[in-house]
Write a protein of this length. Structure first.
Length: 275
């Protein structure tokens, strides 16, 4: 992996990732921009500063794995993978086309670089556990990263998976909660209050780190700390803003799952580029 350590260069990568997200949902006239934009900085750091992956060998057995459990935010992952060179950036505009490999949820059988097919919320951590257990059994050094939505952790299966991760002492597993505080119907408190998230994960046996999920140095430091934790899994709670980078999308639940029109798209591209 050609690791990028320069913070300003990582910020520029994150801008490009956000532009890719917007191009996808605008072209498809549908999709999930809000949660994709909130997780863009985290994915940028993972793929350019942290994870050991190989675009020329996407299924390399020693690679680090990522499970985007909040699979409806596939535009963020697709944008990163295209920017990393796993596939041609030109096909980003085919998002959700019936003949495209880039469907609304990521498919590991169709998209190079996707480690797990996801989208049925609540199931991704179970898959990540399996990968981490396999790594332990095979004496592999790879790490497994699982990104959860804060609305998603209302699902009971998440907490069953947390118990398993703790039981098997999966210190090669790092869970990241994209805590943007919004889901499709409103705030997470209003829909099904999941706070305090940190105390819940601690009670399930996790090492917990809380950060600003848009501050790249904080993301880097948290991932470094997670690698040093032994004997238990780590959960990074990333405080984020839904729709981050686009003024009229930020903290607006209505942008959970709709596409911008042409005027909105052009404004959003300008705002992201000027940040």
């Amino acid at each position: 992996m050609n690791k990028i350590v320069d913070i300003e260069e990582l910020k520029e990568k994150a801008k490009e990732v956000r532009r890719g997200i917007l191009k996808q949902v605008y072209s498809a006239k549908s999709g999930h921009p809000g949660g994709s934009l909130s997780v863009a900085d985290i994915l940028t750091v993972l793929y350019w500063n942290e994870m050991n992956v190989n675009k020329n060998d996407p299924n390399w057995e020693n690679r680090d794995r990522l499970v985007l459990s909040k699979g409806h935010c596939a535009p963020a992952l697709y944008s990163v993978l295209a920017e990393k060179g796993f596939f041609d950036k030109e096909i980003l505009t085919t998002l959700r086309n019936i003949n495209s490999n880039l469907q609304g949820h990521p498919d590991m059988n169709k998209v190079p670089g996707v480690d797990m097919t996801t989208g049925s919320l609540g199931q991704g951590l179970s898959s990540a556990n399996g990968m981490a257990i396999a790594g332990k059994l095979d004496n592999k050094d790879y790490r497994v990263y699982c990104i959860l939505g804060d609305g998603e952790i209302e699902e009971g299966q998440i907490w069953e998976a947390c118990m398993a991760a703790s039981k098997y002492k999966l210190d090669n597993l790092c869970v990241i909660v994209d805590n943007n505080n919004l889901q499709i119907d409103g705030t997470v408190e209003e829909v099904m209050n999941i706070y305090p998230i940190d105390e819940k994960f601690k009670s399930f046996g996790f090492e917990v780190i809380t950060i600003n999920g848009h501050e790249i140095p904080e993301i880097i430091n948290a991932l470094d700390k997670a690698k040093k934790v032994k004997g238990k899994p780590t959960c990074i709670i990333a405080k984020t803003i839904k729709g981050k980078g686009v003024s009229f999308m930020e903290n607006k639940p209505e942008w959970h799952g709709k596409a911008p029109n042409e005027e909105q798209f052009n404004q959003a591209i300008i705002e992201i580029s000027d940040k």
